[in-house]
Ligand binder design. Structure first.
Ligand code: IDP
Length: 140
């Protein structure tokens, strides 16, 4: 299996509860290496641009408000089959449906405040990484 990269966000509900370390520990224990990381407070424009694919969904406005409600930690993760590995440790979108041992089951608050974002394909991972990081900020 090839070593690949994916993009992750530790969302405002998790930074607010001081769970940055707890989330990162679970990612690392799942075999992912943090090769870039920064804590930022997204602007409305950044959040709207990032979630542009969800623009038509009924929760888009609330999702943007949530994502700018506090700081987030954006990360590039590296590992074997990183996109799937990360999606597996994240768990289902709704924490009520997530498997025990996943980040969302153990730490998330709700379907919206679900603690982490993770790219859903390698193609989107490349786009999302480039949205927040310059190549020289990623140190593998
Ligand atoms: P994912 O993050 O598991 O890939 P998506 O369906 O891509 O899930 O949704 C993006 C984000 O939008 C979710 O992580 C969650 O924060 C939010 N979201 C998804 N569905 C709902 C909903 O029904 N109500 C409110 N927020 C939602």
């Amino acid at each position: 299996m090839a070593v690949t990269r994916t993009f992750s966000i530790i969302k405002p509900d998790a930074t607010r509860r001081n769970l940055t370390g707890a989330v990162t520990k679970m990612l690392e224990e799942a075999g992912l290496r943090v090769v870039a990381s920064k804590r930022i407070h997204m602007t409305r424009e950044q959040a709207e641009g990032f979630y542009a694919v969800h623009r038509e969904r009924p929760f888009f406005g609330e999702l943007v408000e949530f994502m700018i409600s506090g700081p987030v930690v954006v990360q590039v993760l590296e590992g074997e089959d990183a996109v799937k590995r990360n999606r597996d440790i994240m768990g289902a979108t709704n924490p009520a449906n997530a498997e025990p041992g996943t980040i969302r089951k153990e730490l998330a608050e709700s379907i919206e405040a679900n603690s982490v974002h993770g790219s859903d394909s390698e193609e989107n991972a490349a786009i999302e990484i480039a949205y927040f990081f310059k190549p020289e900020e990623i140190v593998g």
